[in-house]
Design a protein around this ligand. Structure first.
Ligand code: PBG
Length: 325
């Protein structure tokens, strides 16, 4: 008899049925959230050149897309508004008749309780200067900005949003939003905080989709340095203290160590946002025949689940849900 170790890990990998049975991580349409862009004043969806397959929706096309996503078992939609008018204060962000408030009502009316309607909460799509808050000189002013975030949260909750998701990375934003919601009778509206958001070059294509590129400067005064790990845990800790119900880590692929760390340290629900650049990289490579889109997308999403993400915001939500069903 040849001497051989008793361990043969290949046994459990030897057939597809065994691999499936022993998979440690499952990916299900219910793990997915689809971002949708709503643009005011258009009468047909507008394709986004840098994100093949993604469009700026009309209210009607968004409603139909939400219906299809709900049918596939996708858990939620994350809504971004692109208003017809922008001003220095981003007034449209909290108008009762704003593009996002109308979209929330229309989609909620369509899907009722089948799917969560999550409202992205930031000012960069609404300000004419493209910054995430009110300016004092050339700087984003933290404390006046979070007051406005509170107003936006209330208008989104009033319109019927199931969840608000602040993405501006202002200090104290979760506390200000929680207080404003509670004062207005929305104590049951949860906050999904973009607790950990890096100043990433992978947001490039999103800025075409949301038309929210800063006119000058960048977002490094408030978004995190990709070099930092401890800072991410501190941000998550602060947001939990301020009343966040769930935490988001963004981007996803380059930051799966952070997803795992946040999950292990706090044991809170964790979402990760697979951002526009992650989507467009795979799309571009697939268009050139360099990657198999389906295999690459499902592998990336499975890795995010393995890292500890309960929910994944992804522009591939609809395709992935179709592939999984
Ligand atoms: C800002 C916001 C950004 C994204 C989501 N919300 C861009 C930014 O911070 O500049 C990026 C998402 C993506 O790239 O898919 N409110």
């Amino acid at each position: 008899m040849t001497p051989f170790p008793t361990e043969r890990p290949r046994r459990l990998r030897s057939t597809w049925a065994l691999r499936a049975a022993f998979a440690e991580t499952r990916l299900h349409p219910a793990n997915l959230i689809a971002p949708l862009f709503l643009k005011a004043g258009i009468d047909a969806p507008v394709p986004i050149a840098s994100m093949p397959g993604v469009v700026q929706h009309t209210r009607d096309s968004a409603r139909k897309e939400a219906r299809a996503l709900a049918g596939l078992g996708v858990s939620g939609v994350l809504l971004f508004g692109v208003p017809a008018r922008k001003d220095p204060l981003g007034t449209e962000a909290h108008s009762p008749t704003g593009v996002i408030q109308q979209a929330i009502r229309a989609i909620k009316d369509e899907v009722s309780d089948e799917m969560a309607v999550i409202a992205d909460l930031c000012l960069c799509e609404y300000t004419d200067h493209g910054h995430c808050g009110l300016l004092a000189g050339d700087e984003v002013d933290n404390d006046s900005t979070i007051e406005v975030y509170g107003q936006i949260a209330c208008s989104q909750a009033q319109a019927g949003a199931d969840v608000v998701a602040p993405s501006g990375m202002m200090d104290g934003q979760v506390k200000a939003i929680r207080a404003a919601l509670d004062d207005s009778g929305f104590e049951h509206t949860p906050i999904l905080s973009y607790a950990v958001k890096y100043a990433s070059s992978f947001y490039g294509p999103f800025r075409d989709a949301a038309e929210g590129a800063p006119r000058f400067g960048d977002r490094r005064s408030h978004q995190q340095d990709p070099a930092n790990y401890r800072e991410a845990l501190r941000e998550a800790q602060l947001d939990i203290g301020e009343g966040a119900d769930a935490l988001m880590v963004k981007p996803a692929l380059g930051y799966l160590d952070i997803v795992r760390a946040v999950k292990d340290h706090f044991n809170y629900p964790v979402a990760t946002y697979s951002v526009s650049g992650e989507y467009s990289m795979i799309k571009a490579a697939a268009a050139n025949g360099w990657l198999d889109e389906r295999a690459a997308v499902l592998e990336a999403l499975t890795s995010m689940r393995r890292a500890g993400a309960d929910l994944i915001v992804t522009y591939s939500a609809r395709s992935a849900a179709e592939w999984l069903s």
